[in-house]
Design a protein around this ligand. Structure first.
Ligand code: FES
Length: 574
């Protein structure tokens, strides 16, 4: 491959006043003159923050990347970007995904960087960094922080989010004490790393590997395993080679790579959040990925992994069983993946994974006898979701996949919280819970509230699932027969806003339909009476977000961020 002039030389090769500025202030940090004479400058884009506990070990990972860059003759420079801690940020980290992506994009373009290594872990840090880097399109490698060790509580494995949800339901229905609840908090999250269920963080780490933008094995190595550090060092070495061969990110993020990722998502029973994230990342590089791709590509793919929330085990078990390479090999052998898709280590997807072996058959199942059949995310359409809605069949209850029920409507998340524990609430297991105004504009930020808690009076009777519909997202660690991402959302005037208590709704996953049994004349009457909600903000980022955010079927990006500007060097600052 051809060698190209380094963009960093526009800064460092100048022998004038500006060159003095660019070099002198770095010499102050101990970098000698020869650092500036043709070495690829590699940015290590770090999302370390004490407010993002999942990324708390990233200073260590950054050091290993740095050593790798130095090994290969590069010039590493670490820089911080906005970090997004899923557990802390209110109203939801998703509100800030696009803001962080702008930070990443502008930080890369405005600085003398030839390539970047992205350090990402907690849910939104992965898509935010990939979106930003994709819009600049320099050589890029993603290094995930790795999952935590499995949670252990009173002798049993417990998983992030999944058991938080089940234990909070047990607390509400009086099955466990508050002491036990508190005990579980430290025993669930007992090491560095991100959530160790197949939630959104683990899913997105798998997407990084399946897209080819991460090194082989990236997804499952636990955060505290020595092999995570070795992978980081290898990534540091490799990014220098990618710069020298001008392998920009768009050469890796091809349509074939995204199609592979969608099928791998089905193969791992991955998070529904991957839908909005992959669409947003793809559209940054100019690939028109959409909901129809998700439905079409996921249809004949089975889930091979027995991991929470759909199954029993955790990411540490997945790693010990052989990890994502086994899933990629299984799907590739059935002709479901583009084997020739190129990856950042220089090998094709098939070359990297063809020899993968499964060491624990109770964790990773063979394609012929899968853990769950037909696990691709299903896209629903109908008069309740003209632009689509999604459901994760592998996390849903089989007996509810075709269901007609009476709507029990909550006008907001506050309305839900105010009434859900009331034994007078008129609801039974045949009903359909409907939650409005939790979409991208409505919350704002499209919070993970779609898996609404069930009324205690149903929980006490042993009912653990009923059909739930909203314009919200759902945590990747959650489960249930939950219809999500209904578009257009209620706050944008979508039909969800028009549903009333007592309306009948039919969900038919086989037919991919979601139908509100209210005639057009009545819907028109309700639409004429509908009032849009008051805006959440009159200034600042939140106003910018609400004014420009796209709907779920378009990836929830800001309309003016779609596409890429490229890596052209900006004009001088003096
Ligand atoms: Fe960070 Fe789950 S809270 S990955």
């Amino acid at each position: 491959m051809s060698e190209k002039k380094l963009r960093s030389q526009a800064w460092f090769a100048r022998q004038d006043k500006m060159g003095f500025y660019y070099r002198s202030w770095l010499k102050n940090r101990g970098f000698p003159q020869d650092q500036f004479e043709g070495r690829p400058v590699i940015g290590i884009c770090n999302t370390w923050s004490e407010l993002t506990p999942c990324n708390s070990h990233f200073r260590t990972i950054a050091e290993h990347v740095r050593w790798g860059v130095l090994d290969a003759g590069g010039f590493p420079l670490e820089f911080p970007v906005m970090s997004l801690g899923e557990t802390m940020l209110r109203p939801t980290a998703m509100l800030y995904r696009n803001l962080a992506s702008m930070d990443v994009e502008e930080s890369i373009r405005a600085n003398p960087l030839d390539g970047v290594v992205l350090l990402m872990g907690c849910d939104k840090t992965t898509p935010a960094l990939l979106m930003g880097a994709a819009s600049v399109d320099v050589p890029t490698i993603g290094v995930s922080g790795g999952p935590m060790l499995r949670g252990i509580h009173r002798g049993k494995a417990i998983g992030s989010g999944t058991n938080t949800i089940s234990m909070s339901e047990q607390l509400r229905s009086g099955q466990i004490t508050l002491d036990e609840f508190h005990d579980a908090e430290a025993s669930m999250h007992r090491s560095h790393g991100h959530c160790m269920t197949m939630g959104t963080a683990s899913t997105m780490a798998c997407m990084v590997e399946a897209l080819g933008v991460g090194m082989p094995g990236n997804a499952a190595i636990p955060a505290v395993d020595a092999r995570r550090n070795l992978l980081a060092r290898e990534a540091g070495r490799r990014i220098v080679e990618l710069v020298r061969s001008d392998t920009v990110l768009s050469k890796i993020l091809t349509r074939e790579a995204f199609e592979n990722a969608i099928r791998v998502n089905a193969g791992i029973g991955g998070s529904t959040n991957a839908v909005v994230h992959l669409i947003a990342i793809a559209r940054r590089v100019g690939i028109d990925l959409g909901l129809d791709d998700w439905d079409r590509l996921g249809r004949d793919v089975h889930c091979l992994v027995n991991l929470m929330p759909s199954g029993q085990f955790l990411m540490e078990d997945f790693f010990e069983a052989g990890g994502l390479p086994v899933v990629i090999r299984e799907l590739s052998e059935r002709g479901l993946l583009h084997k020739d898709a190129m990856t950042v280590n220089g090998g094709s997807l098939w070359e990297n994974n063809q020899d993968a072996q499964c060491w624990k058959s109770e964790v990773i199942y063979p394609f012929e006898a899968p853990f769950k059949r037909d696990a691709g995310i299903a896209v629903l359409r109908g008069n309740l979701a003209p632009d689509g809605a999604i459901i994760k069949p592998s996390a849903a209850s089989p007996h509810l996949m075709q269901h007609t029920g009476r709507a029990v409507v909550f006008e907001s998340i506050e309305d839900l919280h105010a009434r859900i524990n009331d034994d007078a609430l008129d609801i039974d297991e045949s009903c359909v819970m409907v939650l409005k105004y939790c979409g991208p504009k409505g919350y704002p930020g499209m919070a993970e509230v779609g898996n609404m808690p069930l009324p205690p009076k149903l929980l006490k009777r042993g009912i653990t699932d009923i059909v739930r519909i909203s314009d919200a997202r759902m945590s990747g660690t959650a489960y249930g027969t939950v219809v999500l991402h209904t578009a257009p959302e209620a706050a944008a005037g979508g039909p969800l806003a028009l549903v009333e208590n007592g309306d009948r709704i039919t969900l038919d996953v086989d037919q991919r339909s979601l139908h509100l049994h209210v005639d057009e004349a009545e819907l028109a009457r309700r639409r004429a009476a509908w009032q849009p909600p008051q805006p959440h903000a009159v200034r600042g980022y939140v106003k910018l977000y609400i004014d420009h955010v796209l709907q779920a079927n378009d990836g929830v990006d800001l309309d003016f961020l779609v596409g890429r500007t490229g890596p052209a060097v900006p004009r001088d600052n003096h």
